[in-house]
Design a protein around this ligand. Structure first.
Ligand SMILES: C[S@@+](CC[C@H](N)C(=O)[O-])C[C@H]1O[C@@H](n2cnc3c(N)ncnc32)[C@H](O)[C@@H]1O
Length: 219
């Protein structure tokens, strides 16, 4: 990107107070297409590419680093991705408050969440029992949570959290926008593939019946 170019977030970049409550495809996009959420969108590569490949789906991203949020929103605006928006917020807040209706999302994507490798920082990791319990309630019956990380230790932690969540493991299918050797095609995946690093992927589905939150998960 050319240095110094003004980034324009308006229209495609939203703040919490600009959101319809609850968030819905109708309220945000004026149609009834399925809605998918990406947590930690970075500069919006997935939102931009996947929304082009799947125009029949609406995408919302949430990103709390202001500069990345602005870059993502500006990119969506320049490429006129009318089926995608990026929200300036902390993902936990979006899931905790009543922004999202239960059973309203067809997929939730979390790609390369910050691994916080030092043991004393593990409580800062986004994927925890409580956040996954909230995520599970927002997934529609049959919908999928998809996670990719480069950090083996975080992956094993995620596996344990998912096993306790009531979601069922399923096959991780590459995204439509991913190239041949990729799973998702985000900036971090491309960087790690170039460096020859392993990545670990996991997908888990909500059953088609009602979702019972495990007793210990929500405080
Ligand atoms: C390692 S980057 C990965 C970016 C992108 N998903 C990718 O694969 O290229 C993690 C991103 O998640 C964002 N992030 C981390 N925790 C978050 C949270 N709780 N809420 C919103 N964004 C978050 C960070 O600001 C950063 O942009």
């Amino acid at each position: 990107m050319r240095k110094g170019r003004e980034l324009v977030a308006s229209g495609y970049g939203l703040r919490l107070d600009q959101l319809p409550r609850p968030i819905s495809s109708q309220g945000l996009f004026g149609n009834e297409r399925p809605l998918e959420l990406e947590i930690g969108s970075g500069t919006g590569t997935l939102l931009t590419r996947e929304s082009e490949c799947r125009p029949d789906v609406n995408f919302i991203g949430v990103e709390y680093t202001k500069r990345y949020w602005r870059l993502a929103a500006d990119r969506l605006r320049r490429q006129r991705r009318d089926n995608a928006r990026v929200i300036d917020a902390e993902a936990g807040e979006l899931l905790r408050e009543d922004y999202l209706e239960d059973a309203s999302l067809q997929a939730i994507h979390i790609y390369f969440p910050d691994p916080w490798p030092k043991r004393r920082h593990h409580p800062r990791r986004f994927v925890q029992r409580e956040s996954v319990a909230r995520i599970a309630t927002k997934l529609a019956p049959g919908a999928t949570l998809r996670i990719v990380t480069d950090h083996e230790g975080y992956y094993h932690h995620i596996e344990k959290v998912i096993a306790a969540s009531g979601l069922s493991r399923t096959t991780f299918e590459p995204l439509s926008a991913a190239r041949d050797d990729e799973l998702v095609g985000t900036n971090f995946e491309r960087k790690y593939l170039r460096e020859g690093r392993a990545v670990y992927a996991l997908a888990a589905k909500r059953a088609t019946g009602p979702y019972a939150v495990p007793k210990t998960s929500l405080t």
